[in-house]
Design a protein around this ligand. Structure first.
Ligand code: GAP
Length: 446
């Protein structure tokens, strides 16, 4: 983890938020390469769901909604983690983490924690629930009636827009609604870099189905998550595993839940959840709002409240998984290097262009022409003429640039450049005119 945190800061992936003021626990800023990487992850997810299919529609809901939404969804009453307090320092800890178990059952946690000390060596109080909803007020008066919540998950405004999307897009069940956006959780102990944060971004998709299809659709969305990670992002299968939630672990809305665990530096932990939320959400919102959220299947004449299969993943957690999976130490020509082996499709910088020497105007002129040509096609292309060529390659390896192009003296004679592959460090000569097409193919390879 230390290596990844250090590289993230050194190379501009992730910074502590408000760092010059000492930071704020559980909040992070993404730097120039981090935002490129996260945009690439989000775009791929969006393309795979909203653009590639005709039964999934996008929305972008407000972060602050009518608080009745969160009462109906059960979050105001039940979105809690078990916490335990150090009796001397009054620092609070997640009880399940201190006990080293995946349960939220207070009786069980109380038994497991009996006689245990806090990380500071002090006695602990009894475990109790702590609500993670972040609150603020709308309007000038900070009174109970003006209290609102920052959304704890993006799903809320998907359920409240069920009718709007169905009617405007003439959607027929089964159909899905996808959303990417920020969510806020007052986590008791934010930890492990960007793994558990208080301001997070989620990619969530709620698929509305006929209840009779729940088993088959649940399996389909589990497969989608696994295939996205392995085939689209190129994450190694050996880093992934399934974890089925026990009844005490499941969220208050879930009838069944399977997480994909990733081997994070701190151990295998939840990356992506697939949940069968049954008709919990639409039924609760129908009851609380008085609106009819049932669905009439015009062909069969059947009326039912759709079940929801949810696919939910954190952008930051996916980014940490990608950083961990890509982080490699190997050696090239006897020299040790750190190389980020991102799939070219998600690499923040696609290509770097270098003139062999920066004080030879004819090399710089041709390299500039190549740079302009590639920049217009691939966007994130870097110009690098600093230091010797070996140093430049090491620098690009460390940020995971899949291809480096060097313009040398032979280029001036025959209009070919060297194209270096990050993973093999092998170089081939390629004609300037064929560069764009060749790179396009290489970047899109499965
Ligand atoms: N709508 C369902 C839902 O929010 P969740 O398991 O609480 O379910 C879904 O969260 C995903 O969001 C998780 O699998 C994880 O990737 C991400 N996530 C949840 N809490 C997080 C946190 N505090 N920091 C970073 N990511 C988080």
């Amino acid at each position: 983890m230390e290596d990844i945190v250090s590289l993230s800061k050194r190379r501009g992936f992730v910074f502590q938020s408000s760092e010059i003021y000492g930071g704020l626990a559980g909040f992070y800023d993404y730097g120039p390469l981090g935002i490129e990487l996260s945009n690439n992850l989000k775009q791929l997810w969006w393309d795979s769901l909203v653009h590639a299919r005709d039964d999934i529609f996008g929305v972008d809901g407000a972060i602050i909604q009518n608080p009745m939404l969160w009462q109906a969804s059960g979050h105001v009453a039940g979105f809690s983690d078990p916490m335990v307090e150090d009796q001397v320092t009054h620092k609070r800890y997640r009880a399940d983490q201190l006990a080293g178990v995946d349960t939220t059952d207070l009786t069980e946690l109380s038994k497991l924690l009996k006689g245990k000390k806090s990380p500071d060596g002090n006695p602990l109080g009894e475990p109790r629930y702590f609500n993670m909803m972040m609150q603020t007020w709308v309007g000038p008066v900070q009174e109970e009636a003006a209290k609102v919540y920052l959304r704890p998950e993006t799903a809320g405004s998907i359920f409240t827009n069920f009718l709007n999307v169905k009617d405007t897009m003439r959607a027929k069940v089964p159909f899905g609604i996808a959303q990417i956006g920020k969510a806020f959780r007052n986590e008791i102990s934010p930890r492990d870099f960007i793994f558990r944060v208080r301001e997070l971004e989620q990619m969530e998709m709620q698929y509305f189905i006929n209840p009779k299809d729940q088993e088959a659709d649940y399996e389909k969305w589990r497969d989608f998550a696994w295939n996205f990670l392995t085939l689209k992002l190129g994450i190694k299968e050996s880093n992934l595993s399934w974890h089925e939630h026990s009844p005490t672990e499941r969220a208050h809305y879930a009838k069944a839940a399977h997480d994909i665990y990733f081997n994070f530096p701190q151990g295998p932990k939840e990356l992506w959840g697939t949940h069968n939320r049954s008709d919990f959400d639409l039924s609760s919102h129908a009851k609380a709002s008085g609106k009819d959220l049932s669905y009439l299947d015009e062909q069969s004449g059947e009326r039912f409240t759709p079940y929801v299969i949810e696919s939910s993943v954190g952008v930051g957690r996916m980014l940490l998984a990608v950083l961990t999976d890509a982080y490699t130490r190997d050696s090239v020509a006897g020299e040790e290097r750190i190389v980020m082996k991102f799939h070219p499709r998600i690499a923040p910088v696609k290509v770097a262009v270098s003139p062999l020497l920066k004080n030879k105007p004819e090399l710089v002129a041709l390299a500039s022409k190549v740079y302009a040509q590639l920049k217009s096609q691939f966007g994130m292309v870097l110009w690098d003429d600093n230091g010797n060529i070996g140093k430049r390659y090491r620098r690009q390896d460390e940020i995971g640039t899949p291809f480096c192009i060097t313009v040398d003296f032979e280029s001036l004679e025959n209009q070919t450049v060297t194209l270096r592959d990050r993973d093999t460090a092998k170089q081939v000569r390629i004609n300037v005119d064929a560069l764009t097409q060749s790179l396009k193919q290489k970047l899109e390879q499965e």
